[in-house]
Design a protein around this ligand. Structure first.
Ligand code: 5AD
Ligand code: SF4
Length: 461
């Protein structure tokens, strides 16, 4: 049996892509393993969004070189956003990489290629493993020694891994792409160049994927896209709100999140559907702000103003008063003044997000912002980021007090090394509780007893 390992960097669209390829390979008879040392096929899904993500990718791919030496038959591939625009460079830099498949390349061709790899791997692996058995004592001693050593090493790693795996059971989450690509061309963002034009999948195909995931035991369905709320069914013209309605009506014990919507495409009917289907649609909205200054939003080509953004936050609070609200913010965009930054801080203060994902602007090739003059020093940008993160953490801690003493429905995710169980609320807050019986993958009601900086402490109700 061919063992496959995926290393996935970046956003949930990448997670969804990896999930899709995994399911496809499992259908071909492969097994997913959670350590690269066990794998016959390693696929690295790359992210290009910030320079740091790319640096990490290159160093990781470089580090895989020794597996090729240990197991000559192993196949290593790089897919995703970096693979889209640095394909040649990856081939040139890494002799041990067998294939590079970009996020814009044809998926059907790639699937056919994967199917081929699986078949050829089966025979080369067998050949490689059989070599040791076919060697008679005294013959080719050196080769035999090397092969035996390799076997021992591989076997030891596998045995070790099996032991470790015993307690690592985790709830099944599904990531389903509903839209791929992006037409927005935010001036800082490389995604439209790496992933290409926006395309929605049909509701029928999405529903089939979800039903299959539910059959396989998934308890959390994440609907994923660079811009989910510009979704439009290519067959029927149904909107994102329509899609949510259909998904919410599917049978089963699961809940649904979506990420990421764009403020410019937000409509009230999406929130209306969420309010109607609270049992299935999580009380959670991720609404990327990026910046709290009209001047910077314009330079970013975000299409909305701060006032419009605040109006949308008002809608969320109107339809879903208890909702968890999270956001993405970039600091240090070219031309960001102290006043612009204070504008961002002002929005953070007003909205009181549950979680802020914040980043220093990273200059990306091909984007419009690449050539914008930028005279803010990296030290000032870092200070702005630190200031934002510190305040955001305080505010989110204060917000968590709304849960104190309340009973909250949560999904049990896994057992922690401490022996306690970790669950998540619909808003993705972490709740830790003590329980001997294995409850992983179940929905439970937890009373929140204590608020911590990272976790809430709860008890079974
Ligand atoms: N620099 C920093 N952050 C970026 N993001 C996207 N492009 C860049 C960039 N060039 C952030 C945005 C986006 C999130 C996924 O990543 O905040 O919402
Ligand atoms: Fe990038 Fe903007 Fe598209 Fe998001 S909406 S993927 S930030 S271009």
């Amino acid at each position: 049996m061919i063992k496959i390992f995926f290393k996935t960097y970046g956003c949930q669209a990448n997670v969804a892509d990896s999930n899709g390829f995994q399911t496809y390979l499992v259908d071909l008879g492969c097994k997913v393993v959670d350590s690269e040392s066990e794998a016959d096929l390693i696929i690295v899904n790359s992210c290009a969004i910030r320079e740091r993500a790319e640096l990490k990718l290159f160093s990781y791919v470089g580090s895989l070189n020794h597996y090729k030496k240990e197991k000559a038959y192993i196949r290593i591939g790089v897919i995703g956003c970096v693979a889209s625009y640095r394909k040649q460079e990856i081939y040139e830099r890494f002799d041990h990489v067998n294939f590079v498949f970009g996020a814009r390349d044809n998926i059907e061709t790639f699937k056919a290629y994967l199917a081929d790899i699986v078949v050829s791997l089966e025979s080369t692996k067998r050949l490689y493993l059989d070599t040791s058995r076919s060697i008679r004592p005294g013959q080719d001693r050196d080769i035999q020694g090397i092969v035996e050593k390799k076997h021992l090493k591989i076997r030891q790693k596998e045995e070790h891994k099996v032991e470790k795996n015993d307690n690592l059971e985790e709830v099944r989450r599904a990531f389903v792409n509903i839209v791929t690509g992006c037409n927005n061309y935010c001036s800082y963002c490389i995604v439209p160049f790496t992933r290409g034009r926006e395309t929605s999948y049909s509701i029928d195909s999405i529903v089939r994927r979800i039903e299959r995931e539910i059959q396989l035991g998934a308890k959390e369905i994440n609907l994923v896209g660079q811009n989910v709320n510009s979704y439009i069914d290519p067959n029927t013209g149904a909107s994102f709100a329509d899609l949510l309605k259909v998904v919410a009506r599917l049978e089963g014990d699961f809940w649904v999140r979506y990420i990421s919507p764009h403020p410019k495409d937000m409509t009230r009917d999406v929130l209306e559907v969420m309010a109607e289907h609270k049992d299935k649609l999580c009380n959670y909205v991720h609404m990327p702000l990026q910046a709290g200054s009209d001047k910077i939003l314009k330079a970013m080509n975000r299409i909305y103003t701060v006032d419009r953004y605040m109006e949308i936050i008002g809608w969320i609070k109107e339809f879903l008063p208890e909702a968890t609200i999270t956001t993405d913010i970039i600091v240090g965009f070219p031309g960001e003044s102290e006043e612009d930054y204070l504008g961002t801080m002002n929005v953070v203060e007003k909205v009181k997000y549950d979680l802020v994902y914040s980043f220093i602007y990273s200059r990306r090739k091909y984007t419009k912002a690449f050539n914008m003059p930028d005279d803010t020093t990296i030290e000032v940008k870092q200070e702005r980021l630190d200031g934002l993160q510190k305040r955001a953490k305080e505010l989110s801690f204060e917000r968590n007090y709304r849960f104190l003493g309340k009973v909250v429905r949560s999904l049990v995710e896994k057992r922690l090394p401490s022996g306690k169980l970790l669950a998540r609320t619909a808003g993705n807050q972490r709740v830790i509780f003590d329980e001997k019986d294995q409850n992983i993958g179940k929905f439970v009601n937890l009373k929140i007893d204590k608020i911590g900086l990272v976790n809430l402490d709860g008890s079974l109700k």
